[in-house]
Design a protein around this ligand. Structure first.
Ligand code: NAP
Length: 280
C-alpha cells in the first residue's frame, strides 16, 4: 500500500518540505508520497481527522496552523506543549501525536553543521515570534547559560522570557554583542518577500572575535546579515540546516529510520537553485 504524508498550512505551494521529504522516502526505498495539503483554517479539523487513516504516516504543520492543531490531537509531546506549537503530527494506529522539531532541528544544525555545542554558551536571539520561541525553549533544554531576547516589540520579548524563566531574559535596548557566543536572527528581516529583504537586523560593529552568527532565514541562502558576518571573518550558519534537521527529525518520527540528511540537503539546494538561480 502506498502511504501518505504531507504538509498542512495555508499557503503551502512554496514549501520546500515536499522536495526534500520525497527525496528521503525515495532514497530509503519507502513507498510514501509526500503532498501539499493547503488547508484554510475552517478546514483544519477535517484535515486533521483525515490523518487517522491507516494509509497516512503523519504530517508537517506550518504557518498559520502550528498553534491551532494542538487541541485537535490526542497527545502532545513535552516541548510542543511548552512551545504551544506543533510542527509534526504522527499517526500511530489512528491516534495522533504532536511534536515540535523546530527547536531541536536548530540545535542539531548548530551541532552538526556549525560544530557548535550550545550547552554553557551565551545566546542573543533577535525576534520573539514562533521561531524564536521554539529555539529559545530548545536552547534552555540543552542548558545554554544565557538566552537574551531582543525584539522590535519589547512586550513580546518580555512575555517569551517570562514563559521560559532563567536562563532567558528580555533586553529593552538593542544590545552590544560583547560577551555573546552566538547571535541568532529569528526575525523576518533579510527574508526574500519579507518586510525588509535587503536589511540586516543588527549592526555587527561590536561583535567579538569568533561570534557565531546564525540567520534562520533560508531564502535567500546568504542574507545581508550573513554577508556582513562573513566579511568580518565571523563564522556563520544559514537557515537551511535548521529546516533540513527539523524535517529529518519529523522523518524519523514517522518511519523510525535514520533520515538521509545529505540526500535531503542536496534535494533542497537543487530546488532553491532552480527557483532562484545560482549553483545547487
Ligand atoms: N530555517 C527554518 O527552519 C525556519 C523555521 C521557522 C521560521 N524561519 C524563518 O524565521 C523567520 C521568523 O519566523 P516566525 O515564524 O517566527 O515569524 P513570526 O512569528 O511572524 O515572527 C516574526 C518576528 O520578526 C519580527 N519582525 C518582523 N518584521 C520586522 C521588522 N521590520 N523589524 C524588526 N523586527 C521585525 C517580529 O517582531 P514583532 O514582534 O515586533 O512584530 C517577530 O519577532 C521567518 O523569516 C521564517 O522564514 C525559518
Amino acid at each position: 500500500m502506498t502511504r501518505r504524508a504531507g504538509i498542512i498550512g495555508h499557503p503551502v505551494e512554496h514549501s520546500l518540505s515536499p522536495v526534500f521529504q520525497a527525496a528521503a522516502f525515495a532514497h530509503c526505498g519507502l513507498d510514501v508520497v509526500y503532498e501539499r495539503w493547503d488547508t484554510p483554517l475552517a478546514d483544519l479539523p477535517a484535515r486533521v481527522e483525515f490523518l487517522r487513516d491507516p494509509a497516512v504516516l503523519g504530517a508537517n504543520v506550518t504557518v498559520p496552523h502550528k498553534e491551532h492543531v494542538l487541541s485537535l490531537l490526542d497527545e502532545v509531546g513535552g516541548l510542543a506543549a511548552r512551545a504551544g506549537a506543533v510542527n509534526t503530527i504522527v499517526n500511530r494506529g489512528g491516534r495522533l501525536f504532536g511534536f515540535n522539531t523546530d527547536g531541536p532541528g536548530f540545535v542539531a544544525a548548530l551541532r552538526q553543521e556549525a560544530v557548535f555545542e550550545p550547552a554553557g554558551r551565551t545566546f542573543l536571539l533577535l525576534g520573539a515570534g514562533g521561531a524564536a520561541r521554539g529555539i529559545a525553549l530548545a536552547l534552555a533544554e540543552v542548558r545554554a547559560s544565557a538566552i537574551h531576547i531582543w525584539n522590535r516589540t519589547p512586550d513580546r520579548a518580555a512575555l517569551l522570557a517570562a514563559d521560559l524563566g532563567p536562563p532567558a531574559s528580555p533586553l529593552a535596548e538593542p544590545p552590544s554583542l560583547q560577551g555573546y557566543d552566538c547571535l541568532v536572527n529569528c526575525t523576518t528581516i533579510g527574508m526574500q518577500g519579507g518586510p525588509n529583504p535587503s536589511a540586516s537586523p543588527i549592526s555587527l560593529e561590536t561583535a567579538p572575535p569568533g561570534l557565531l552568527v546564525v540567520d534562520i532565514v533560508y531564502a535567500p541562502l546568504e542574507t545581508p546579515l550573513l554577508r556582513a558576518a562573513a566579511s568580518l571573518g565571523l563564522p556563520t550558519l544559514g537557515g537551511l540546516p535548521m529546516l533540513i534537521y527539523q524535517g529529518a527529525l519529523a522523518f524519523e518520527h514517522w518511519t523510525g529510520l535514520p533520515a538521509p540528511v545529505d540526500v535531503m540537503f542536496a534535494a533542497a539546494r537543487s530546488e532553491l537553485a532552480r527557483r532562484h538561480g545560482g549553483p545547487p
